[in-house]
Ligand binder design. Structure first.
Ligand code: MG
Ligand code: MG
Length: 267
């Protein structure tokens, strides 16, 4: 069942989303060669608690940490560890926070030092596909319109869209209805209505879309060992249009990146 949010609830959800945004912004300055993902996880946990929130993933389905840290060929759900990041790595950091009874949930894939051009392009296209998907999240459209937009955008570049993991409705529960696949057919699936809030999160592989799971029961990685990218935003339908609740602004501020990519999703 899809749970529609009031304007007041959407503002509370924005607060939770922005705590995650600020956490990712804080981490942006810390992601560098030699730093372990477990160290970053600890920083994030302390930071989230300082904002009066609770880490949203810690203990959820028994996940052991605050962040899902998925380097290189890992797609999502990687578990932080002591292994230092290396020059040329990419690392998807997915973070959740719970405050006022509502979850924020978003993710960014960072470059560690000097990253190969073809990998940089994968990150760029995956992020652009996220916005292509968000553009379709509006009154009257359907779940398949978002999935189609993301899939079409990425497959033009020969990338593989992960099928087994999907975006989702978001609210007082981390994973609400509807499921939001990153592939689909126009005009198919549940219809979008005012007050829906979802997390849209393309997971896109440089090579095959096929994946494996490590026997830790969590880590998803590409079957061919090639890199995978993951970007995620929280979005509400307000006045019939997509309204971003999360932002990459804090990351861009930390990294000195100029961007107006989110402007069209602010009312
Ligand atoms: Mg997430
Ligand atoms: Mg999510």
């Amino acid at each position: 069942m899809i749970k529609i949010k009031t304007r007041e609830e959407i503002e509370l959800m924005r607060e939770s989303a922005l705590i995650v945004s600020k956490t990712l912004g804080m981490l942006a300055k810390e992601v560098k060669p030699g730093v372990s993902t477990l160290y970053l996880d600890k920083l994030a946990e302390d930071f989230i608690r300082e904002q009066g929130a609770i880490p949203g993933f810690l203990g959820l389905y028994d996940f052991p940490n605050t962040l899902c840290m998925s380097p290189n060929a890992q797609v999502v759900h990687g578990i932080p560890n002591e292994k230092p990041l290396e020059d040329g790595d990419i690392i998807s950091i997915d973070c959740g926070a719970l405050k006022n009874g509502f979850y924020g949930d978003h993710a960014y894939t960072f470059e560690v030092g000097n990253v190969a051009e073809e990998t940089k392009k994968l990150l760029q296209i995956t992020k652009e596909s996220l916005y292509a998907g968000i553009r379709e999240f509006k009154t009257g459209n359907r779940v398949g319109d978002v999935g189609y937009a993301i899939q079409n955008y990425c497959e033009k570049h020969g990338y593989g869209i992960v099928r087994e993991l999907v975006g989702h409705g978001l609210g007082s529960v981390m994973h609400e209805d509807p499921e939001m696949p990153n592939y689909g057919r126009r005009g198919r699936g549940k219809k979008f209505i005012e007050g829906m809030v979802v997390a849209i999160e393309p997971m896109v592989n440089l090579g095959t879309h096929q994946i494996n799971q490590l026997n830790d029961g969590w880590t998803i990685l590409t079957k061919d060992g090639k890199p995978s990218a993951h970007f995620e935003h929280d979005v509400a339908i307000v006045n019939g249009k997509p309204e971003l609740l999360s932002t990459f602004k804090y990351i861009y501020d930390a990294l000195g990146i100029e961007s107006n990519e989110e402007d069209e999703f602010r009312q």
